[in-house]
Design a protein around this ligand. Sequence first.
Ligand SMILES: Cc1cc2nc3c(=O)[nH]c(=O)nc-3n(C[C@H](O)[C@H](O)[C@H](O)COP(=O)(O)OP(=O)(O)OC[C@H]3O[C@@H](n4cnc5c(N)ncnc54)[C@H](O)[C@@H]3O)c2cc1C
Length: 265
Amino acid sequence: MTELKVIVCMKVVPKPEEIRVDPETRRIERSQVRSEINPPDMNALEMALKLKDLHQARVILLSMGPPLFEKYLRVGLAMGADEAFLLSDQHFAGADTLATTYTLAKGIEKLGDPDLIICGEESSDGATGQVPPGIAEWLDQSQITLVTDLEVDLERQVVRGRREVRGGHEVLEVPTPAVVSVKTASNEPRFMDYEIKEDAFKGANVTVWTREDIEADEDYIGTPGSPTIVSGFEQAAVRERKREFLTGNRDEVVRRLVDLVQDLM
Ligand SMILES: Cc1cc2nc3c(=O)[nH]c(=O)nc-3n(C[C@H](O)[C@H](O)[C@H](O)COP(=O)(O)OP(=O)(O)OC[C@H]3O[C@@H](n4cnc5c(N)ncnc54)[C@H](O)[C@@H]3O)c2cc1C
């Protein structure tokens, strides 16, 4: 292994407070809301960039989604990623995790033999956590989920991931190529590098690939390739917190407080 080739899968998601589901299509509305890079994907990118700091590594961003995702990939380029690819095509719309992972796997195949594919643990919108294992299945690669730290042994061609478990941690070692998912908040993503920001936003190319570019089978993508549908959703009832404002002089307030605490015991 000479230069590590690391692909980071990044999804752009609506800001949590702005998530709206279209009642007719039962799909998340993406065009009218403010979006952000899915937070654990920022941790995944930071993990990849740390590997780049340590080893010779090429960090490639990969996303599937509408054209508006492009500007968010530029944030990743400004943080230090080398290239960005967006899989964008009307035919990809409506994908469940099976179709999403197939499409991403076809993109990865076209990018050619990465050593590592790093994802976030789950998205903040669909939140299934199925995409990283799904990519590993399509590509028939080893996988480690929910890592908080990652090491690569270039000589032995293995990757070691640390996972928190109840009462401690475990370290799993798998051969590369491998897929890894990264636990949310496991590191602090770096700021954009102001020396490369201008180029990332104005000069750098984000390559857009369509279905034809990645030679995806149309029966496996978008709605036709998605056996899972979101068949219904409803707003959870909002429970009002019980509260009481204590009034009166200090003694009265303390007495009432003691009564309340005693009621709880
Ligand atoms: C409310 C709701 C519920 C849903 N439930 C299901 C369900 O039960 N089963 C099902 O099959 N589908 C479901 N979907 C559809 C699902 O959200 C999409 O298939 C989506 O494209 C991928 O799933 P996810 O967001 O759950 O990804 P996750 O598996 O939660 O994402 C994990 C990681 O995979 C990577 N990743 C995910 N999507 C992309 C992308 N588009 N581009 C690049 N990297 C990506 C990111 O690194 C991310 O951090 C649901 C959607 C909604 C809105």
